[in-house]
Design a binder for this molecule. Structure first.
Ligand code: BGC
Length: 337
């Protein structure tokens, strides 16, 4: 079932997608996921993503809580890249680098929308040279709820060669309001991460996760790994790294034992960027008057590798003029007794 939960203004709405087991609230403002309401082991329903009570907060926050991030997620070194012989300069908004689409990224754009039975389709036409990116880029994002699964599909095409790397930046916490995520267990089917520098910029260098704090091939408590000594954890102030995904089956899982809540993520994307809210600092007042602190959530950003255009020989983020592209990520929220 789909309905308008709240008409915030003539242009902005909060939309509810509801099934027997799940309710998801989203908005056409930056295509944010506002709430994911699910039961725990005792049938008590509560929210498992960080977010805000009022849309105004989404307009001023700089932590991308719940946002759709674009045109290109994560950092582009010095905001510069080349396609063929042509060099482009993007808006700089994170130290010397470009982050999450620039000064006014997709998280701050109002999308058009159309409601279907279990699905909302958001649409935005990003104009040529927006934040320095080439090409008029037509973007469609579907949020579809099927039973316990939220399926997010990204479709896009440009009238010039350009770069695109879209993701969702929800901070998950399966026991939100009661504890941080250190006690959650994480599984990522990955043998390699890419290293980052001290500005959080992704480097070419891969690191085999075996015998490092980045080993999450079976469900492992985050605290057990994040407290280990490793230069890469220093650079990231915690986890802030792209994990290269091995297969397309049950690639990522987040589990919270006491509530028995399990989130399973599958994606067509080759990487998941794991970010443990290393820069939440207690300044933002979220839902139910909760202030969001260090490690209060975990982002599992399915995407192409950050800074692909500068570090990959054949950049996976490259979008050729006139061609259509699709990527999907599904999020299944269930109680595992
Ligand atoms: C990045 C972090 C950044 C954060 C901003 C994450 O996706 O990896 O480095 O600080 O977004 O909220």
């Amino acid at each position: 079932m789909i309905s308008i939960n709240k008409q915030v203004s003539e242009e902005i709405a909060v939309i509810s997608l509801k099934s027997a087991n799940l309710e998801v609230l989203v908005t056409n403002y930056g295509c944010h996921i506002i709430s994911v309401l699910m039961p725990d082991i005792n049938g008590k329903i509560s929210d498992v993503v960080l977010g805000f009570d009022d849309i105004e907060w989404y307009m001023v926050q700089d932590k991308y809580i719940g946002a759709t991030v674009g045109r290109v997620a994560n950092r582009i070194k010095h905001g510069k890249f080349k396609i063929g012989d042509k060099e482009y300069s993007l808006a700089i908004n994170n130290g010397p680098n470009h982050l999450h689409g620039g000064l006014v990224g997709f998280d701050k754009k109002i999308f058009d929308y159309e409601l279907f039975e279990n699905k909302v389709t958001f649409h935005y036409l990003s104009y040529d040279n927006e934040e320095g990116y080439p090409g008029n880029l037509d973007v469609f994002i579907d949020y579809e709820l099927i039973d316990k699964t939220l399926m997010v599909t990204y479709r896009y095409a440009s009238d010039q060669d350009t770069v695109v790397n879209l993701t969702n930046h929800s901070y998950f916490n399966l026991n939100l309001g009661n504890e941080d995520i250190l006690n959650h267990q994480l599984r990522v089917d990955s043998d390699y991460i890419n290293c980052i520098d001290s500005d959080g910029l992704t480097l070419k260098d891969e690191l085999a996760v075996i015998d490092t704090p980045f080993g999450f091939k079976k469900l492992t408590t985050i605290n057990q790994q994040i407290t280990k000594k490793h230069i890469q954890l220093v650079n990231g102030n915690g986890f802030d790294h792209p994990f290269k995904l091995n297969s397309s089956e049950k690639q990522i899982q987040l589990y919270h034992e006491a509530t028995a809540r399990l989130l399973t993520i599958k994606t067509s994307c080759p990487y998941v960027h794991v970010y443990t809210a290393n820069y939440l600092d207690g300044e933002l007042r979220g839902k139910n008057n909760n202030y969001y602190n260090f490690r209060d959530g975990i982002c599992l950003e399915t995407e192409f590798i950050p800074d692909s255009i500068n570090i990959e020989d054949k950049p996976s983020v490259l979008v050729k003029k006139g061609e259509s592209y699709t990527a999907f990520t599904s999020y299944t929220f269930e109680v595992v007794k």
